[in-house]
Write a protein that binds this ligand. Structure first.
Ligand SMILES: [Fe+2]
Length: 138
């Protein structure tokens, strides 16, 4: 496992949303470094709090743009977002003991979920919005 380097393949093509994705990946890398240094416990609450806020703000932003442009797979995409929101709540509930292990578990989960979501699900709306001139929408 290593720090995730931003690659052009992660770009949805929508600049504002790509910037938000970049900052999320930075946060995952921050968690990675903490877990690597056995300091996961120290930042677990901080990361979970950030994720709760991020998922609300970023997902609302994505969904607002998809709605504005009448993206046909909006409802499906919203369901997938809700799954992550639920998952974060589960991690919060589990955060009572063994926080170092939980930090590692959260890291492994986020690395897979976020990259797969961006590469498979978000890139689909990216192509759609971009084809409708949405590259610089905010
Ligand atoms: Fe998304």
């Amino acid at each position: 496992m290593a720090v995730i380097g931003w690659k052009s393949i992660y770009e949805t093509g929508i600049v504002a949303l790509d910037n938000e994705h970049r900052s999320l990946i930075q946060e995952i890398n921050r968690l990675y470094e903490a877990v690597r240094d056995k300091q996961g416990e120290a930042i677990l609450v901080d990361i979970l709090t950030m994720l709760e806020k991020y998922t609300v703000d970023h997902f609302q932003h994505e969904e607002k743009l998809m709605e504005e442009y009448h993206y046909p797979r909006l409802v499906e995409h919203q369901k997938i977002h809700q799954e992550l929101i639920d998952e974060i709540q589960e991690f919060k509930k589990k955060n009572t003991s063994g926080a170092e292990d939980l930090a590692r578990e959260l890291l492994a989960f986020l690395r897979v979920w976020v990259l797969e979501h961006i590469l498979k699900i978000d890139k689909e709306y990216g192509a759609f919005l971009e084809s409708r001139g949405g590259r610089f929408i905010v």
